[in-house]
Write a protein that binds this ligand. Structure first.
Ligand SMILES: COC[C@@H]1[C@H](c2ccc(C#Cc3ccccc3)cc2)[C@@H]2CN(C(=O)Nc3ccc(OC4CC4)cc3)C[C@@H](O)[C@@H](O)CN12
Length: 296
């Protein structure tokens, strides 16, 4: 079949074989974006469209102070044991901490304040100095909120909205849907007079953009948020309610020692990247997303 035979009509005399629509195509030699990266970009675009700034989360290593103590997580909390947390051997401790702030954190843990009773514990600095692989990106949120609180000392107070999507590490047994590390997605708004209603509204807006338009909320507990809510979304495909994240209002015992004025609140929420990626890309074993795959 040539250009000439098509132009002068000779093609009409030629014999053609049946077109085989089931024939294997030529093997493709190009790559493909990993599902996690595609969902990470999808979620990042949602936050940017909603006006959030991205937190710098390029520090996997954190001190127990920022990962736990600044969040009012008690030093006796089981999550702080080595069977749940990866502690570092070298460097095992961080000595540089903001001393005046450390004093206020110690006091709120031991004897409360800001209408809190505290834990009545004997707060140990050496516990707070232990280095670890961060167990949540809320460790980064506490650092950024501390800086915002210092800025809030010089009026006018400016409301802020931040998000992060990055790796976190937990010393947990692995199974079909859990590995010792996962990517946490976290968003929060810091403003005057925020309420739980605002949090519910923000969550409805955020998850609607992820395809979840019917939500319900269940009371929950986190050491650093009060009230706290588990978030459930109705998945049309599965025709059932799916747990899609956790949320709450950061406690006064976390915000006041940082220096925020009384009427400033922070509403926050978190979810993982792996769970939506597995659902959106119909991957039923999390291991299919990691490691060397022949037929990804
Ligand atoms: C150790 O496991 C923690 C992880 C992870 C998680 C849980 C809580 C937080 C948080 C938080 C938080 C709370 C208050 C303030 C700040 C942060 C972050 C990640 C998911 C949170 N979860 C989760 O991601 N589920 C999920 C999320 C989105 C989704 O998308 C649908 C397609 C549209 C589907 C499912 C819920 C469960 O999977 C849960 O069993 C596992 N959770």
């Amino acid at each position: 079949l040539t250009r000439e035979s098509l132009q002068n009509g000779d093609w009409k005399e030629l014999e053609f074989k049946e077109f085989n629509l089931n024939a294997q195509g030529m093997p493709s030699k190009f790559g493909a974006l990993h599902p996690l990266l595609k969902v990470r970009k999808q979620v990042k675009d949602i936050f940017i469209q909603m006006g959030y700034e991205e937190m710098a989360t390029n520090n996997y290593i954190e001190s127990s102070f920022w990962n736990f103590d600044a969040l009012f997580q008690p030093q006796q909390h089981p999550a702080r044991d080595s069977h749940d947390t990866f502690f570092l051997r070298t460097p095992s401790t961080t000595k540089e901490l903001p001393e005046d702030y450390v004093e206020r954190v110690k006091r709120v843990h031991e004897s409360g304040g800001y209408e809190s009773r505290g834990y009545g514990c004997n707060w140990k600095r050496e516990e707070a100095e232990k280095n670890l692989l961060r167990t949540h990106t809320t460790a980064v949120s506490s650092r950024i909120l501390y800086l915002l609180a210092k800025e809030a000392q010089q009026p006018p107070f400016a409301p802020k909205k931040y998000f992060s999507i990055d790796r976190v590490f937990r010393n947990e047994s692995v199974d079909r849907t859990h590995l010792a590390e996962f990517h946490q997605i976290e968003g929060w708004i810091c403003d005057r007079g925020l309420t739980l209603g605002n949090l519910m509204g923000v969550l409805e807006d955020f998850f609607k953009r992820l395809g979840m338009s019917k939500l319900k909320f269940k009371p929950a507990y986190n050491p650093y948020t009060e009230p706290s809510m588990e978030i459930f979304g109705y998945h049309k495909g599965f025709r059932k309610w799916v747990e899609i994240g956790n949320s709450g209002m950061f406690r006064p015992e976390m915000l006041r020692p940082m220096g925020f004025p009384e009427d400033v609140e922070v509403i926050a929420w978190g979810l993982s990247l792996e769970r939506p990626a597995m659902i959106l890309y119909e991957i039923d074993n999390i291991r299919e997303m990691f490691g060397h795959q022949v037929d990804l």
